[in-house]
Ligand binder design. Structure first.
Ligand code: NAD
Length: 318
């Protein structure tokens, strides 16, 4: 049986990952870590243990790990790409100084650590089509710089100290549960809200800008499946490309129109978001993840769209 700490449990991915881990490992075995000002509420708070776990304070993390006998840490603390551009020092403090604290605690207490990287770890010089697992990573954003460093530091601790660090490069994650936290791919969530509310969608990303995206259930499975994978089969550790769908705004708009023919979209391109999107891959090659630990997504654009529209309609009616 695993004892898990999810750091950043109130975020877009953390809130659902904590629920999924509790389903699989038992409510009392999964601690929802949070910071002051972003406390868990509702089911997240009530279903299992919660504890302050601020990554900038190594002593606090160590205390939680020892108190709950934690063997696996899912570290989701970060500032997302758009937010990080306005607070680069804080992005580094949380993403890298924070990771250092976690890795030290993990080394001392024998924990495995999952710290996601992103499509943002690539840059303008990276091959855009079928972006290879091992390729040029010279990102142009502080988010990307911190993600590449995350990958390197995690590999360093794995090789030097034997800490079991593993991660994936998440594409833009789409979900109807918790709203996204200020990333470049947020439009692909917002568009569904507009469609269900019957509002015209103003798209901040230009026509023809393709990016990798993924539905939340696949993202959660990827994280958990990788952490449960047979270590001896892993060649890479940090971080695996994972892909399931890649589209531009026009393509997702048409996918929604199939179910909501009256839906309208106009473009009002946001220069910051567009410049970040332009530096990211169009589509990643995820064959290493498929070969080394059996990664296999379940959702494509159409099945995700159908599910998103149905679930959001129920949610917004409440
Ligand atoms: N959501 C996506 O589309 C996406 C895509 C690629 C990669 N990722 C990565 O996945 C991870 C989670 O992303 P998300 O979308 O859930 O982010 P989010 O912004 O929704 O949540 C981040 C969480 O980190 C917490 N946090 C902030 N400062 C902290 C600190 N000092 N100590 C502990 N926790 C702190 C916040 O309270 C929040 O719960 C991040 O590493 C992100 O870069 C996300």
């Amino acid at each position: 049986m695993k004892n898990v700490l999810v750091i950043g449990s109130t975020g877009q991915i953390g809130s659902e990952l904590t629920g999924e881990l509790r389903k699989r490992y038992g409510n009392s075995n999964v601690v929802a870590g949070y910071i002051q000002g972003a406390e868990p509420t509702g089911e997240l708070k009530e279903a299992g243990p919660c504890a302050i776990a601020d990554v900038t304070n190594a002593d606090v993390i160590a205390e939680v790990v020892r108190k709950y006998n934690i063997d696996t840490i899912y570290n989701l603390a970060a500032l997302l790409s758009v937010v990080a551009e306005s607070k680069p020092r804080l992005a580094w403090k949380i993403g890298i100084d924070g990771l250092w604290n976690i890795l030290e605690v993990a080394r001392e207490n024998g924990c495995a650590v999952f710290t996601p990287s992103s499509i943002g770890s690539f840059g303008p010089d990276t091959p855009r089509e079928m972006t290879p697992q091992d390729t040029i990573q010279r990102p142009a954003t502080i988010y990307g710089v911190s993600k590449v460093t995350t990958e390197l530091l995690s590999d360093y601790y794995q090789k030097k100290y034997g800490v079991d660090t593993r991660s994936v490069r998440f594409p833009g994650i789409i979900s109807y549960v918790t709203p996204p936290g200020g990333g470049t791919t947020d439009y692909a969530v917002d568009i569904y809200y507009s469609a269900v509310k019957g509002e015209k969608f103003v798209c901040p990303i230009g026509k023809g800008t393709r990016m990798d995206m993924m539905y939340m259930p696949d993202a959660l499975n990827a994280a958990i499946q990788l952490m449960e994978a047979d270590k001896s089969k892993l060649v890479h550790h940090n971080a695996f490309n994972i892909a399931s769908m890649s589209f531009d705004p026009e393509t997702i708009y048409q996918a929604i129109k199939k179910y909501k023919p009256e839906f309208e979209m106009v473009y009002e391109v946001d220069p910051l978001k567009q410049s970040i999107a332009n530096s990211w891959p169009d589509q990643m090659d995820d064959s290493a993840a498929r070969e080394e630990w059996g990664w296999m997504p379940q959702y494509d654009l159409d099945s995700m769209t159908k599910d998103m529209l149905e679930k959001l309609a129920v949610k917004l009616l409440k």
